[in-house]
Design a protein around this ligand. Sequence first.
Ligand SMILES: *[C@@H]1O[C@H](CO)[C@@H](O)[C@H](O)[C@H]1NC(C)=O
Ligand SMILES: *[C@@H]1O[C@H](CO)[C@@H](O)[C@H](O)[C@H]1NC(C)=O
Ligand SMILES: *[C@@H]1O[C@H](CO)[C@@H](O)[C@H](O)[C@H]1NC(C)=O
Ligand SMILES: *[C@@H]1O[C@H](CO)[C@@H](O)[C@H](O)[C@H]1NC(C)=O
Ligand SMILES: *[C@@H]1O[C@H](CO)[C@@H](O)[C@H](O)[C@H]1NC(C)=O
Ligand SMILES: *[C@@H]1O[C@H](CO)[C@@H](O)[C@H](O)[C@H]1NC(C)=O
Ligand SMILES: *[C@@H]1O[C@H](CO)[C@@H](O)[C@H](O)[C@H]1NC(C)=O
Ligand SMILES: *[C@@H]1O[C@H](CO)[C@@H](O)[C@H](O)[C@H]1NC(C)=O
Ligand SMILES: *[C@@H]1O[C@H](CO)[C@@H](O)[C@H](O)[C@H]1NC(C)=O
Ligand SMILES: *[C@@H]1O[C@H](CO)[C@@H](O)[C@H](O)[C@H]1NC(C)=O
Ligand SMILES: *[C@@H]1O[C@H](CO)[C@@H](O)[C@H](O)[C@H]1NC(C)=O
Length: 653
Amino acid sequence: MLLRVAAKFLIAATLLGVGLTRVECLNFNFTEFNDSAGDQLILNDSNSRLFYDAIQVTPDSSGAPEAMIQKSGRTLYEKPFRLWNRKGFNSSFNTTFVLNIKYQTHPGGEGLAFILTGSSNVNINASGQWLGVVEPQKNDSSQAQTVAIEFDTRKSYEEDLDDNHVGLDVNTVYSRVQVPLTNLGVNLSSNSDIRVHVRYDGELKNLTVFLEMADKKIPVFSEISDLPAYLPKKVYVGFSGSTSNYTQLNCVKSWAFNSTDKEDDNPFWIWIVVPVLGVALLVGIAFFVYRKRKIDREKLEDACPSIEEVIKVSSTAPRKFKFEELRKATGNFSPKNKLGKGGFGTVYKGVMGNKLVAVKKVSKKSTQGKTEFIAEVTTIGKLHQRNLVKLIGWCYERRQFLLVYEYLPNGSLDKFIFCDEKSSMEESTMSWETRLSVVTGAAQALDYLHNGCEETILHRDIKSSNIMLDSEFNAKLGDFGLARTIKLSDQTHHSTKELSGTPGYMAPESILTGRFTIETDVYAFGILILEVACGRKPGSQNQQDNYSCNIVNWVWDLHREGRTLDAADSRLEGDFATGDMECVLILGLACCHPNPHKRPSMKIVLQVLKGEAEAPPVPNERPAFMWPPLPPSFKELDISLGQLSPFSELGGR
Ligand SMILES: *[C@@H]1O[C@H](CO)[C@@H](O)[C@H](O)[C@H]1NC(C)=O
Ligand SMILES: *[C@@H]1O[C@H](CO)[C@@H](O)[C@H](O)[C@H]1NC(C)=O
Ligand SMILES: *[C@@H]1O[C@H](CO)[C@@H](O)[C@H](O)[C@H]1NC(C)=O
Ligand SMILES: *[C@@H]1O[C@H](CO)[C@@H](O)[C@H](O)[C@H]1NC(C)=O
Ligand SMILES: *[C@@H]1O[C@H](CO)[C@@H](O)[C@H](O)[C@H]1NC(C)=O
Ligand SMILES: *[C@@H]1O[C@H](CO)[C@@H](O)[C@H](O)[C@H]1NC(C)=O
Ligand SMILES: *[C@@H]1O[C@H](CO)[C@@H](O)[C@H](O)[C@H]1NC(C)=O
Ligand SMILES: *[C@@H]1O[C@H](CO)[C@@H](O)[C@H](O)[C@H]1NC(C)=O
Ligand SMILES: *[C@@H]1O[C@H](CO)[C@@H](O)[C@H](O)[C@H]1NC(C)=O
Ligand SMILES: *[C@@H]1O[C@H](CO)[C@@H](O)[C@H](O)[C@H]1NC(C)=O
Ligand SMILES: *[C@@H]1O[C@H](CO)[C@@H](O)[C@H](O)[C@H]1NC(C)=O
């Protein structure tokens, strides 16, 4: 006991000492914002996200137009940096970023800003003129702790200069400096890349903003601004933006940041005290670790008894593995054994005895790791169906979650059906029979989740990269990371705060409401069938912009023109029964009906795929998306009750 207290004291004392000698510096360079960049950013505000290798500071166009208006978003780098300290140190920084702004309405609105802020909270209500910089109730208050360089694309109040200017904002959006850009020949919202450099000299307090044009840095303004007077010692850096009834895409495509790491002038005693404390600490830690190891051996593995309890409920429960076993099996999680990166972790190939397994290492960064882990283990542990990826075991040690699945040698379906991926050039095109059997298998699995278990289970992330293939090309539905069980009796919808799911597969209503239902799973399944039949990616869901990129619109247009079969994957070279192909395409459209009430249940989908029923009829013209959806008419309700439509059982509104 005494030892622990002593160790804690030593740690504290040494950290203090080290804190006096070292100043944190922040240094990073994102040349693009691919998925891996997300680990280093705080963007758990559902309004900001990474898409198309850029930060979409405000909602992008993959949702309904209504989801874009009156929103604000923020994205911050995960770590703060030391702007100043009590001993008179003032940090300098340089940052360079590339903006791209595109109108969605004419005119567009409102703009975005580079911000330095005291808080890591990205969920703030600062839409419209407030640019995500300050909430209206904190306007001009020192509580806001935010300094911004705004790129304003709309004149939204009287003092606002125009719809194309740069400004310096301190705790408000009523700028101290406003510089118009039109006479520099720059149009912020022209959908072109604009490279900005910001330089701040901590000693001279000189804040200068440059725009790069023809490889030259043109200063836009230079201002003496004592940032430490407005900001706390540690500040987060990032971007904010907002929309009003006027909307636009506010993208940041790359971003580099560099701040000084300046040695402080320390009093001489530090040089004696710190090493002494350091040595003492090492001894302390060694002892502490030795003691703790002993305790841990008994305790740590049971650190989360609730998980074990949860799992032991089922007698056919997956096995518990030791971390050491899994480390060995995967060659110390060697990159060579990496199979892929899933929703919330990385999957490695492993060898156990003479058996191959897939080990998923749940990312420590995923904040909901524990809940997701419990959800996944409980959900999968209870499920047994031929077309579901089998969970063999799990491990929770060293605060690390791992899941062990059966290994599926043929990988995921997507690499067999898309032509634009390098790997598939060598793969021969998957035959129509195989495609049909794969989607039927997947339908079997989803029907089992929806209708075959005690509780209805939503998958929430149906997509071709989640359909795995065994050596005989049998489909196995994987990745239940997002699955949550819903009870039939007490809840109609399961709602989530943050939007999960994969763009392109999300039903229009789930983008709008953030909810997942049986019908949104069916929608995603419809996209899957269309992908497999057409051999093309689902594309954007933007209604106006990339209209023809959206697979549903594209197939529906062909259907209207009576050319449904033209949607079939050309690589099949017509080698299919036209009746089957047409039936599958129509079924895909029926599943993607904009009105969730009109989508078939998985039971019916399965019957159609097995040839036991006709594809449900779909109108020639794609119906418009309406929210809330029209309820089914009485006549339809009769039919659907007869067909056990899950929606009516669940009592949709
Ligand atoms: C993501 O981008 C970084 C640079 O910002 C690059 O180093 C990395 O290889 C990229 N990862 C993928 C999977 O493209
Ligand atoms: C956002 O994420 C950070 C760390 O990733 C976490 O500390 C914070 O609580 C999250 N905020 C919300 C509102 O989820
Ligand atoms: C740092 O800035 C503060 C004011 O913000 C000033 O009082 C101090 O003298 C500065 N330190 C140096 C070393 O310039
Ligand atoms: C910022 O850039 C200027 C000019 O290139 C340079 O003098 C200064 O040292 C840089 N500061 C940092 C923190 O990198
Ligand atoms: C933002 O505003 C909405 C509606 O005005 C409100 O429901 C929500 O709680 C607010 N969020 C925060 C973080 O204040
Ligand atoms: C916000 O604060 C600025 C600066 O004090 C002031 O000019 C402006 O009128 C305020 N706006 C609102 C809407 O409160
Ligand atoms: C900027 O470009 C957009 C799109 O081309 C255009 O609609 C807008 O009028 C331009 N704004 C200015 C200030 O030139
Ligand atoms: C601030 O620095 C820039 C260049 O880095 C210089 O052009 C400008 O004159 C300086 N401003 C002041 C007020 O010192
Ligand atoms: C935005 O549009 C809605 C509906 O058209 C309207 O009620 C509201 O007043 C508008 N808000 C602003 C700030 O113009
Ligand atoms: C960031 O990295 C890219 C590619 O390596 C490089 O061209 C660029 O100069 C870097 N930016 C900064 C500010 O260091
Ligand atoms: C960041 O600035 C420091 C000095 O202030 C310099 O040594 C370092 O090279 C810079 N790094 C980048 C990536 O520019």
